[in-house]
Each structure stands twice: as structure tokens, then as C-alpha cells.
Design a protein around this ligand. Structure first.
Ligand code: PMP
Length: 422
């Protein structure tokens, strides 16, 4: 851990050397929960692919097609090692977390659920881990139930344990909350679910870039993540599923590459993983994701966990000292996400003002409208850190938020003075 140097890592990311506009402030990128920036190594791998390795995969007899196929399948093996899956065939390439959840809710949910069954999701789920389950429940007559949380944003594990019964068929929870930073005890969630025979999907979108991932240790039945939040390109992500579950599920999309044989009377399907990868996939995306995995593996994800925790604690402490600022999400176990609201200032105004200082943060409901309802707020401002962020980035954020506070106070006192003289 002592050997991790965020300044050295930063140098690999071209965009972090830029200003937000010509002659404008330096970019302080704190929206890593939305997407991460890409290192030169990933950008180069994608360029190299299109410059000298591009061909369609799994079909050409010629050498170039074999090169592209090898690259694509070697990216799959990198994914397998990265999440410690037992078999590379359990790692399917999809467009991202959203498609991964929809695949499971569609192929598993719509075929296995029936009236009287229950699907559990948590209060803090992203819309992409709610809506696909609502659709599956509407189509099958199953019921969607919600695991509650306390005011700190921690799941109520006792309540969860009580909700489980032989009716529970599926539990879908996030590993790390994008809106509050809460880390959920997914290993315990899975163990309890398995006791009643339910299957478990873990949304790893916010986790994989920030701490080591071990799908077998969690004993997740399904685990999903997006390449673009792991320093890789957009358009590619991973659905991990246990082999026997994937084999028992019907295909997601029909088309080329997912079949064994086709006649007008009947088609038979290919083995895993091809069965779930109809059509020409995002080959360059897989190559880029493979390069991103190589990149973080060479640094060692475990080596920067402490650095991100240090940024989290430093930012929390500095921001908490600003009058009228309240941190949203105060769980004991948190990832490097700091969400907050400020008295008398709308999140959108905070975000717009910070943009003027070069500080990129997210404002809004973070695709978690039910969570915002539970919290009784419309939105938050969220700073989310990655390994390449530094204490100077936190200082820039805090200074900008302090400015927003002072300007707002000045406006309020001018209004009060005008009121008195009137
Ligand atoms: N789940 C969580 C927790 C997320 O943070 C996100 C992205 N904001 C998603 C799912 C959806 O990911 P994507 O848009 O890449 O499919």
C-alpha cells in the first residue's frame, strides 16, 4: 500500500492533464461514479486493434480473424481472473451493467418466476436494478419487495433476514451504492438468500474499480459490472453467472454466433458463452476492457484501497466543517463516494457553480429516485473518487463549495438588508 503513488498513476491519463476550456481552470474530475477516465494504455490498445488487428471473430479462416478472436477470448480470460470466476465460460460480454441485469431478469426472471413468488431489491438500488425486476414481476405475477435501510444508509439486515421465506426466489442488491457510497455485506446477503433457495445478483458497477472482487467468495449467482467505470471503454460490460444457471436459461437474443444449427423447424443453441452473445459483439470494447484490467492489475487494486479511503475521510471531514452542509450516507463501511446537500442551495446550482471552478461532480437523483424518496430529498451533489484523485483534488472541491456557501450567505444577507430598509 505504501508503494501506491496517485501522482504517478495520474500521468497515464491524458484527460487529467487538460483544462476544462481553453485558458480555463484545470480539470478536477470527481465524477468517477458516472464513468472513469481512460489511461493511455487502454486508448492505445483500442487504436492498435483498429489499426492492425480488426476483423470479425469466430468465423474467418484467415489469420487476421484468428488474431481478433484470440484477443477477444483473451479479454474474457482476463475478466475471469479479475473476478476469480471458476470458468471463463461463465463470463459473458454484455453492453454494461444495465444489459447484464436485464439479461438475468429476462432470461431467468421471466421464465422462472410465477404468481406468489417474491423478488427482493434494496432501497438503495440504481434504477437499472429495479425496473428490469418490476417488468419481470409484472409479466409473471411475482411480487417485488424492498429491503429497508436505516438513516445512515445501511441495509437493515435483521429485517432482510425476516423477509426471506420459501416464497423468495431472487435477491438483487448493489455491492456499493452509487448515491451514498454504502458497502453492502453481499456475502451475508447471499448466504441468507441461499438458505431459502433464492438466487442472488450483485450489482458490482461501483465496486470493481475500487476494491478486489471475488465472485466465488461472495458466492454470487450473478455479478454484473460496466467496463467504463473500470477505466475501460463504454459499450462493454460483464455478466458473470454460475455455469449451471446460465446453461438452464433460455437465450437472450437470437441471431448469428449463438446457434449450433438452424432449420426453419427448430434451432439448437451454442454452448456457453456464445449462447448469450448473438451477433457481432463489441470486439474493440472487449480489447479495451482487457487492457483496463491489465492496467489495474499491474497497479494492484488492493494497493490503492487505503488511498481512496484516505480521500473519503479527508473529504468527509473537510466538507462536514462547512456550515449548513449535510453528508448523505454515513454508513460505517463506505466506498469513496461523498454525497451532500446544503441548506438553501439546490444541488443543480452547486454543481453548476463547481463547474465554473473546473470541478466536475454529479448532481441529481443519481438514478435512485426511490432512495431519494426514502431520504426525503430531491437530489444530492456527489463527489466520487478514483485512485488517480489526490488530496489537492479534495482541497479544490472544498474551496469551491466554501465559495458557494459564502456567495449564498452574501445573497441572503443582502436580501435581509433590503427587507429591513423597505
Ligand atoms: N448500477 C449502479 C450502482 C450504477 O452506479 C450504475 C451506473 N451509474 C449502473 C448500475 C448502470 O450502469 P450502466 O449505465 O453502465 O449500465
Amino acid at each position: 500500500a505504501a508503494s501506491f503513488d496517485p501522482y504517478k498513476v495520474r500521468a497515464d491519463f491524458p484527460i487529467l492533464q487538460t483544462t476544462v476550456s481553453p485558458g480555463g481552470p484545470k480539470l478536477i474530475y470527481l465524477d468517477n461514479g458516472a464513468t472513469t477516465q481512460k489511461p493511455r494504455q487502454v486508448i492505445d490498445a483500442i487504436s492498435r486493434y483498429y489499426e492492425s488487428q480488426n476483423a470479425n471473430i469466430h468465423r474467418g479462416v484467415y489469420r487476421l480473424s484468428q488474431v481478433a478472436t484470440d484477443l477477444y477470448e483473451s479479454a474474457r480470460r482476463k475478466v475471469q481472473a479479475f473476478i476469480n470466476a471458476a470458468d471463463e465460460k461463465e463470463c459473458l460480454f454484455v453492453r454494461g451493467t444495465t444489459e447484464g441485469v436485464n439479461l438475468v431478469a429476462g432470461c431467468w426472471g421471466r421464465t422462472k418466476l410465477k404468481a406468489g413468488d417474491e423478488v427482493l431489491v434494496s432501497t438503495m438500488e440504481h434504477h437499472s436494478n429495479i425496473v428490469p425486476w418490476q417488468i419481470a414481476c409484472e409479466m409473471t405475477g411475482a411480487t417485488l419487495r424492498v429491503i429497508p435501510m436505516n438513516d445512515a444508509g445501511e441495509l437493515a439486515m435483521d429485517d432482510y433476514a425476516k423477509m426471506l421465506s420459501e416464497r423468495t426466489k431472487f435477491v438483487a442488491v448493489t455491492h456499493l451504492s452509487n448515491a451514498m457510497g454504502t458497502v453492502n455485506d453481499v456475502k451475508t446477503i447471499a448466504r441468507l438468500a441461499h438458505k431459502v433457495g433464492a438466487k442472488v445478483l450483485v450489482d458490482g458497477a461501483q465496486w470493481v474499480a475500487h476494491a478486489p472482487t471475488d465472485v466465488r467468495d461472495i458466492d454470487a449467482d450473478f455479478y454484473v459490472f460496466s467496463g467504463h467505470k473500470l477505466f475501460g471503454p463504454t459499450g462493454i460490460g460483464v455478466l458473470y453467472g454460475k455455469r449451471e444457471l446460465l446453461e438452464a436459461m433460455p437465450p437472450y437474443m437470437g441471431g448469428g454466433d449463438m446457434i449450433e444449427s438452424v432449420t426453419f423447424e427448430k434451432s439448437t443453441y451454442a454452448q456457453l458463452p456464445n449462447k448469450f452473445e448473438a451477433g457481432t459483439p463489441d470486439i474493440a470494447g472487449a480489447v479495451g476492457l482487457g487492457a483496463a484490467i491489465d492496467y489495474v492489475t499491474s497497479i494492484g487494486v488492493a494497493n490503492y484501497v487505503q488511498h481512496e479511503q484516505d480521500l473519503l475521510h479527508y473529504a468527509t471531514e473537510q466538507l462536514s466543517a462547512i456550515p449548513g452542509l449535510r453528508i448523505i450516507g454515513t454508513a460505517k463501511n463506505k466506498g469513496s463516494v461523498v454525497s451532500f446537500v446544503m441548506d438553501g442551495i439546490a444541488s443543480l446550482d452547486i454543481g453548476t457553480r463547481l463547474d465554473g471552478e473546473g470541478v466536475a461532480v454529479r448532481t441529481g437523483h443519481h438514478c435512485c429516485m426511490p432512495l431519494m424518496n426514502r431520504l426525503g430529498i430531491p437530489s444530492t451533489t456527489r463527489a466520487s473518487f478514483a485512485m488517480y484523485n489526490t488530496r489537492e483534488d479534495v482541497d479544490a472541491l472544498v474551496a469551491a463549495v466554501q465559495k458557494v456557501r459564502q456567495e449564498s450567505n452574501a445573497k441572503v444577507s443582502r436580501a435581509a438588508a433590503a427587507n429591513e430598509s423597505a
